[in-house]
Ligand binder design. Sequence first.
Ligand code: VG1
Ligand code: CO
Length: 543
Amino acid sequence: MTIQTVATRPFNGQRPGTSGLRKKVTEFQTPGYLENFVEAIFTTLGDCAGMTLVLGGDGRFFNRTAIQTILRMAAAHGVRKVFVGRGGLLSTPAVSCVIRKRHANGGIVLSASHNPGGPHGDFGIKFNIENGGPAPEKITEAIYANTQTLHSYHISDAPEVDIDRIGAARVEQMEVEVIDPVADYAGLMARLFDFDAIRGLFARGFTMRFDGMHAASGPYARAIIEGMLGAPAGTVINGEPLEDFGGHHPDPNPVNAAELIALMSGPDAPDFGAASDGDGDRNMILGRQLAVTPSDSLAIIAANASVAPGYRDGLAGIARSMPTSTAADRVAEALGIACYETPTGWKYFGNLMDAGLATLCGEESYGTGSSHIREKDGVWAVLFWLNILAATGKSVNELVREHWARFGRNYYSRHDYEAVEVMAAEDVMMALRRRLPAFTRQAFDGYRVALADDFSYSDPVDQSVASHQGVRIIMDDGSRIVFRLSGTGTEGATVRLYLERYESNPARLDLDTQEALAALVAIAEQVSGLKRRTGREGPSVIT
Ligand code: VG1
Ligand code: CO
């Protein structure tokens, strides 16, 4: 075994986006492409002697290849030890959990999350720091800078490590420990939630379907929900991770989880439905004939949090990304705690949680989590709902309706214009930014603008500033229109239009969401020319 120095040249476009570097698998297969990015991570880490890292991914195509490459490169950089999930599998929340539990210096997550997989799909790589969370921008920018200046990378020529058997191995001097991907995580969940109460719920005949979408969360859901909580076999469907996710789009929203939605709307609907995404950090919550919006889910969890043992002492604060609806703000106000508004992406929650300012965090994109780890967490959110259902004896429908009756309802929807021309997308944003000053106090059909700006966030802990995080138009009544460009796509550009309208009139809590938002959709088009500029007749996905 020897350590080789391999000459390489920088690749364009290796700047991490909202959540790591995501590209087509074929791009990652370009010789040196993965290696360069990994070399840049190690260069950013500096002296790796004595370091312990965690390594795992969502099991998609190229996961195994990447793991072997990264192990050989970690050994070449003098890393002391790497924990790897068996089969190369670790959900994103499990990586975060293992980093924290085993006091590792960081971890590498191999995932393109909700993007399709397979040889023609996407792949991704992300570095997490020692708090278990995604690296903050100053680190991802340093990694990017290093990708642009490197001329060689270091790699051992050691043979492949058997990652399918739990136990110890070596690459050069480096120790590799293959671990059960589920055990640490399941132990943490058992401490946070009232497993006895949830077991009782299933024992009384409560029914549920969890759709693993053939991605990373399946083994976790099986072990915990069917194994530890006694739900009948078959509760978890599509539970085996597949390299191509069975050809599906592992994004748990009503559009991509159509089969589960159909089941929940039919005569044989179980009491509760849920799904998670490619890397297991997203969640979708369903009742009978009801999809709970992620923004409402965050608010409802916050309002009922004290039923779960891990949250009995109350919440320090709540944080939500800017486009997420303000439903959680109302709960925070009622609880007398702070609510923070951050840019899109979980990395912005890390400081708030580390400083003890926020306990619960959430995003409109089916992401919910808490300070138990530093990533959003799909199975955790599902268990939280199960705990609330068990403790209150109420149905999902009752919980949602009672929440609206108490706090009012935030009608909410996201319209995505996917894979549009990059120039057209930039045009939309530029035109909006140029016209921002003119929007203030302007009156539109039924609304008057209270504030129009390009969202900028100043982190209360380290004072770092993130600007240009999305154009928001806030109306006098709190209704909002938000535009931003996606930072996770791999084809053209994706424009996201977020719409929110608050309603407290008890007679108007049951409107159809798209109808309730129709006037705002029309204003959004009027101010942005989104359809005109992108040449689209409408959004490609509505959630
Ligand atoms: C999207 C979501 C964002 C989420 C990110 C990563 O980002 O909008 O809320 O944090 O994906 O989620 P963007 O930049 O495409 O809007 V995951 O589950 O894909 O890692
Ligand atoms: Co994800």
